[in-house]
Design a protein around this ligand. Structure first.
Ligand code: GLU
Length: 286
């Protein structure tokens, strides 16, 4: 088994990250496999080397280890560009100048139970869909033409989930992808990629066969499996774990410094204390 932890260096790791990383590490170890670490620093406006250094330090303190070198997404822009070129050759991309507020304005106020709220927020109404790639201008995003992508793939495809909330086999759902997700952004302006494209390519390139991550990303898995099929990549097994919540039941956020690993360290907690707090048994016995 090859698992991974893929933090973004935009703030301190908190208990939820500790749980995710320790679980992925435990699962790899229990199977005699490998745990890899990847720094997801494509958002260069928010990523900071100092956060990366602290993240590595916290993870080592937790007792985790991983093979060198640690991959950084900012060093893989050529690979992302090559995948975008392939998707463009398949006629599946178009440039888009709409900003978040344009999308909101085109949609009007969202209604309760509205299916237009995909994993990335509102489903794109298609304002720029007819624009050809030759029309791409600086500052444009690139979107996937979901309808054409689904027509190209036909029926089939799916993934196996082993996490507690959704365990079982999941088929790709064309209706969800078309009406609940829509034309996702695959290259954000100034990034050269997007989270969905980078994570899909990197998991495949690093040979990750079991993706362990929080339940909040379960919905996005449909997008990742679709991209794997378009690009001829293997689909890993997914394990979406429960989220660690604060006393009020809210999921922890980066700014939740009270639950930062660094804070527990300063207060004299041990890695075993943190394992207990997140409901993991002693190291080596997940
Ligand atoms: N970089 C993402 C985060 O820090 C993790 C994405 C993933 O595990 O797929 O939330």
């Amino acid at each position: 088994m090859r698992t991974r932890f893929a933090p973004s260096p935009t703030g301190p790791l908190h208990l939820g990250h500790a749980y995710s990383a320790m679980l992925a590490h435990d699962m790899a170890r229990a199977s005699g496999g490998t745990f890899v670490l990847r720094i997801e620093d494509i958002d260069q406006s928010r990523a900071r080397p100092c956060w990366e250094a602290r993240i590595l330090d916290d993870l080592r303190w937790l007792g985790l280890d991983w093979p060198a070198p640690v991959w950084r997404q900012s060093e893989r822009l050529a690979e992302y560009g090559a995948a975008l070129a392939r998707l463009a050759d398949m006629d599946l991309l178009y440039p888009c100048a709409c900003r978040r507020r344009d999308v909101q304005a085109a949609l009007g106020a969202p209604q309760e139970g509205d299916r237009r709220l995909g994993p990335d927020g509102p489903v794109y109404p298609g304002t720029c869909r007819a624009r050809p790639m030759a029309d791409r201008r600086a500052g444009d995003a690139l979107r996937l033409h979901m309808g054409r992508a689904l027509r190209r793939l036909g029926r089939g495809g799916g993934f196996t989930e082993t996490g507690p909330a959704h365990a079982g086999s999941h088929l790709l759902n064309p209706d969800t992808l078309l009406r609940g997700v829509g034309d996702v952004v695959l290259a954000r302006p100034g990034w050269g990629t997007s989270y969905h494209l980078a994570v899909t390519l990197d998991d495949a390139a690093q040979g990750v066969d079991t993706v362990v991550r929080g339940e909040d990303l379960f919905e996005a898995t449909q997008i990742h499996v679709l991209l794997q099929r378009l690009l001829g990549l293997a689909t890993p097994v997914y394990h979406h774990h429960r989220l660690i919540r604060d006393a009020a039941g809210k999921r922890l956020a980066k700014r939740d410094d009270a639950r930062a690993i660094a804070k527990f360290r300063r207060d004299g907690a041990t890695p075993e204390d943190l394992r207990r707090m997140v409901g993991l048994g002693p190291a080596g016995r997940p």
